[in-house]
Design a protein around this ligand. Structure first.
Ligand SMILES: [Fe+2]
Ligand SMILES: [Fe+2]
Length: 247
């Protein structure tokens, strides 16, 4: 039994593809077929595959049906996390999605999923990408205070959701955690954040995150061990569409 993770499939079997790098970068060429073949070689029926957000370009559930069916048809148990592009998934209606896709897909939000003696917890997260502007050398050349206030509110809401996920698992007796975020745990300017501190507070063994795709963004956040927690980026193009074995 193994646990794998990958993120940012950005499927578009129905919706129009607008992302330029996805149209032009060789890393994205036929990525659905490459990923499908990799999964079929690697993942067995008893395994779990965590998809760390940005599943589909569709804006409504009706525009995501073929994308979700593609995910359903992958081997193993599939657990989905919300990404910033997953408009089809209203966080407040996660229970309804779980009922609709019962036995086929599992949606991780304000809940947790068991994997052996581990609890898989998570939420979308958020990083302050907008409030500051950097020049090419990474020097701060501007700051939007209004955006900063807005970002703080989103971060607080996401931390509340993440705590709900941890607490649900803890109440059921789980003491070992793997924590999933869609956004990186820190932005370019941060060494730590509310998300890294919560990972440490609950003793999460690993923090798995996505969202940073395109080679220029792979190094945006933490890689490797920091304060005893292992941080790993699993955006699909970073992994060349080969799911990363987490446990
Ligand atoms: Fe993405
Ligand atoms: Fe994203």
């Amino acid at each position: 039994m193994s646990l794998y993770a990958i993120g940012d499939l950005h499927l578009h079997f129905q919706a129009e593809l607008k992302a330029r790098d996805q149209k032009t970068s060789p890393l994205w060429r036929d990525h659905e077929q490459v990923f499908l073949k990799n999964c079929q070689k690697l993942i067995r029926p008893e395994d779990t595959l965590l998809l760390a957000g940005d599943h589909s370009w569709g804006r409504k559930l009706a525009e995501c049906e073929q994308d979700l069916q593609y995910i359903i048809d992958l081997p193993g148990r599939k657990i989905l996390l919300r990404g910033n592009h997953d408009m089809f998934w209203d966080a407040a209606k996660t229970a309804a999605l779980n009922a609709q896709f019962e036995g086929r897909l599992n949606f991780l939000q304000n809940n947790y999923y068991a994997y052996g003696d581990y609890a898989l917890v998570g939420t979308k997260g958020f990083t302050f990408e907008g409030p500051f502007y950097l020049d090419r050398r990474g020097r701060v050349i501007g700051w939007d205070h209004e955006q900063e206030e807005h970002a703080k509110k989103i971060v607080d809401r996401e931390l509340t959701r993440l705590r709900l996920s941890f607490e649900a698992a803890r109440q059921d007796g789980y003491r070992r955690f793997i924590m999933f975020l869609h956004y990186p745990p820190t932005n370019l300017l941060e060494k730590d954040s509310g998300f890294t501190r919560m990972a440490e507070e609950y003793g999460a063994e690993q923090v798995i995150y996505a969202h940073s795709h395109g080679e220029a963004r792979f190094a945006d956040s933490i890689h490797g061990s920091y304060h005893g927690v292992l941080y790993r980026l699993v955006s699909g193009d970073y992994l060349r569409w080969l799911p990363l074995r987490i446990l």
